[in-house]
Design a protein around this ligand. Structure first.
Ligand SMILES: NC(=O)c1ccc[n+]([C@@H]2O[C@H](COP(=O)([O-])OP(=O)(O)OC[C@H]3O[C@@H](n4cnc5c(N)ncnc54)[C@H](O)[C@@H]3O)[C@@H](O)[C@H]2O)c1
Ligand SMILES: [Zn+2]
Length: 291
């Protein structure tokens, strides 16, 4: 753009307001982080995913060469507005997919939230606004708590990447494309499978997560996942060390630990487990199921 046009159109020390979902938030936030070395910004979150997750925490980024979030910056917003009323117009697939981040929040840091999701899964499917508000608030609280302890992801904040190591690879490289939340749902199934094998998560942990994801309509039906191309996609993972990927795992629901090395063979096993889940038909509805 011509310099004069930029001067006229863009803020020097104003406020960037990002009305939209995670895509707009990541883009506008990255712009705000870099424009004039940083101006204030405020997301007005209009999708399940952005309310539950991306609007809080100050991570901003754009994709490059098919790799997720390759350039980005930490830039905390001055405030966050959760536009719950906007969810009414959000297409159903997007509305549901964002719930994966709510499930994630329960798995990694809030067992009571996960139990509430299990209890309320029918009401969530039916779109009960109060139950939705409660679920999203639960996820927001987890995110805010974790980010406040580690704003620049030097350690503990990495637990928020549960399900994302594989999720990002699937989001970037699987056709037909998956939504972020759908990819993260599959990534969480893989991470849960690994958790039972690598950090002694109780038997049944993966099945519990799969069952909830199914009841929330979050398990997509897919063909076999091709482990060679997934492995190739993972080479950009920012948490990778050498040839080993590092996963976030859950030793018990409501907790998570970071930095677990996973080699190709184990990953293949986890992918096989995900493929098996995707190939199975939908689970019968179990309203009011108790745990
Ligand atoms: N920065 C972070 O911490 C973070 C965390 C998680 C995900 N993300 C990123 O967020 C992105 C996904 O965000 P998303 O799931 O919010 O999707 P999105 O922002 O891509 O929005 C999905 C679609 O819905 C439309 N839309 C948005 N709000 C609407 C509304 N209220 N009514 C009707 N249509 C509406 C959008 O125009 C778009 O077509 C991914 O790129 C992901 O990497 C970032
Ligand atoms: Zn995410």
């Amino acid at each position: 753009l011509h310099r004069a046009a930029l001067d006229a159109a863009l803020p020097r020390d104003g406020l960037v307001i990002a009305i939209g979902g995670g895509t707009i938030g990541d883009l506008a936030g990255f712009f705000a982080a870099t424009w004039m070395r940083g101006v204030d910004w405020c997301p007005v979150a209009t999708t399940t995913l952005s309310i539950a997750d991306s609007a809080v925490g100050g991570k901003t980024a754009v994709d490059l060469a098919g790799a997720k979030n390759l350039i980005g910056a930490f830039h905390q917003p001055v405030g966050v507005y959760a536009a719950l009323e906007a969810l009414e117009t959000l297409p159903g697939r997007h509305r549901r997919a964002g719930l994966a981040e709510v499930v994630k929040s329960g798995v990694i840091a809030d067992a009571a939230l996960l139990r509430a999701l299990e209890r309320d899964s029918e009401a969530l499917r039916a779109g009960d606004p109060q139950v939705w508000a409660r679920a999203l608030e639960g996820a927001l609280r987890v995110k805010a708590r974790v980010v406040a302890r580690d704003p620049r992801e030097t350690g503990q904040r990495e637990i928020l990447n549960f399900g994302h190591t594989l999720g990002h690879a699937l989001e970037a490289g699987v056709r037909p494309t998956l939504l972020h939340g759908e990819a993260v749902a599959l990534g969480m199934i893989a991470a849960a499978w690994l958790s039972e094998r690598c950090v002694a998560a109780p038997a049944g942990t993966q099945e519990r997560i799969v069952s909830l994801l199914r009841r929330l309509d979050l398990v997509v039906k897919r063909q076999e996942l091709d482990s060679a191309s997934v492995w190739k996609n993972m080479r950009y993972d920012k948490k990778r060390r050498g040839s080993q990927l590092r996963f976030v795992l859950t030793p018990a629901i409501g907790s998570a630990t970071v930095g677990h090395p996973v080699g190709r063979k184990l990953l293949q096993g986890a992918l096989g487990a995900v493929s098996g889940v995707c190939a199975r038909g939908p689970e019968p509805r179990r309203s009011g199921a108790k745990r």
